[in-house]
Design a protein around this ligand. Sequence first.
Ligand code: MN
Length: 163
Amino acid sequence: MLQLLKAQAWLAQSKDTQSKDAQSRCRRKEKGMKTRILIIEDNEQNLYMETFLLEKCGYEVIQARDGPEGLEMAGRLEPALIVLDIQLPLMDGHEVARRLKEQPETRDIPIVVVTSYAMPKDRERVLANGCEGYIEKPIDPDTFVSEIERYLPTPPPEIGDGS
Ligand code: MN
């Protein structure tokens, strides 16, 4: 409940486009082509919040609401990173991760699991499946994007920066 209030406060604050503080949380805001992120999440509230936070930082977000849909979109739309829920309809996140890491065309896409399971065993299983990251729900709107960005591949250097 506290987390929800915090999220609402953050959303209200972020409507102020002058907020430098809010903008400074975004590492790659609006630089040329947008980086595409796939969110596989069946809870509408979480999906809305995660999408809002990432889009605000200039990412293109595509959404899947169950496991098979997520797998299909990952193979077809080549996201730079996948945000993955564990409790999903039709196929759970563990199975989705296992299959993504099995397919040559999706194997190299970093997966960040976002789950309310605070169980150490769950975390172990997620990492054993080859997922790169793990974030616990409820998500913290102040740190969500920067945590995700830790797992994004390094962007190519900008043309003409001389380094
Ligand atoms: Mn779920």
